[in-house]
Ligand binder design. Structure first.
Ligand SMILES: N[C@@H](CCC(=O)N[C@@H](CS)C(=O)NCC(=O)O)C(=O)O
Length: 210
């Protein structure tokens, strides 16, 4: 059985929990509180020297980091991963876009504005950039999703899961999605997918480690 080291309200960890839930894959869930430094303990650093969650133990002692690599691994061979070569590459294209353009802005704003007390003041200098670059990324998504139902392969895939994680909480960290009607419609389509779980939910397939 997989073991997932996860932060409940972290978008990157949510991606893995959402895919595992929708694929009906049972796993052991270990909650990590990064605000208490639990991803930087000597013990955790032996598992992931980069000191971050999510982290998936795929076999005893074999660890996989990076949320989108985890998505790629767990969804391989399932309908969530396009099997066609170009469609698979297009899913990857959006997953790299998510890590380069979306997550560094929406993810950072979400973390500092919603999870860290006093974060807005602490990060005042960075906030303008996150807003500008985040809106740029949302604009790119809007153009694509106005013409398609999903981001790759004409169906719901791991590309949608990757992009959904921080887009669906954008409104909590000052991003007004009013100018992105197609993105809002896509968010609703993703939330209506069978087996969808929210970021707050502990998936029924998870066995929470005590
Ligand atoms: N690129 C990584 C980013 C992971 C990441 O930023 N994780 C955060 C929580 S969302 C974390 O563990 N931060 C703790 C730290 O850096 O000390 C991914 O997609 O998994």
């Amino acid at each position: 059985m997989f073991t997932l080291y996860s932060m409940q309200l972290g978008g990157n960890s949510y991606k893995a929990r959402l895919a595992l839930a929708q694929l009906g894959i049972p796993y052991r869930l270990i909650q990590i509180d990064i605000l208490k430094g639990e991803s930087r303990t000597p013990e955790f650093l032996t598992k992931n020297p980069n000191g971050q969650v999510p982290l998936l133990e795929v076999a005893p002692g074999r660890f996989l980091a990076e949320s989108n690599a985890i998505l790629w691994y767990i969804a391989g061979g399932t309908p969530l991963a396009p099997e066609d070569r170009i469609e698979g590459a297009e899913a990857l294209q959006w997953m790299f876009f998510e890590q380069h353009r979306l997550e560094p802005n929406l993810g950072a704003a979400y973390f500092w504005l919603t999870l860290v007390k006093g974060g807005r003041e602490l990060q005042r200098h960075a906030f303008e950039d996150w807003m500008e670059e985040g809106h740029r990324a949302l604009g790119v998504m809007e153009k694509h999703i106005a013409l398609h139902d999903f981001f790759a392969a004409d169906r719901y895939t791991i590309a949608d899961i990757a992009l959904y994680a921080y887009t669906h909480v954008a409104h909590l960290c000052d991003y007004d999605l009013a100018a992105y009607p197609a993105v809002r419609a896509w968010l609703a389509r993703v939330a209506a997918e069978p087996g969808h779980v929210t970021m707050e939910a502990e998936p029924a397939t998870a066995v929470v480690a005590k």
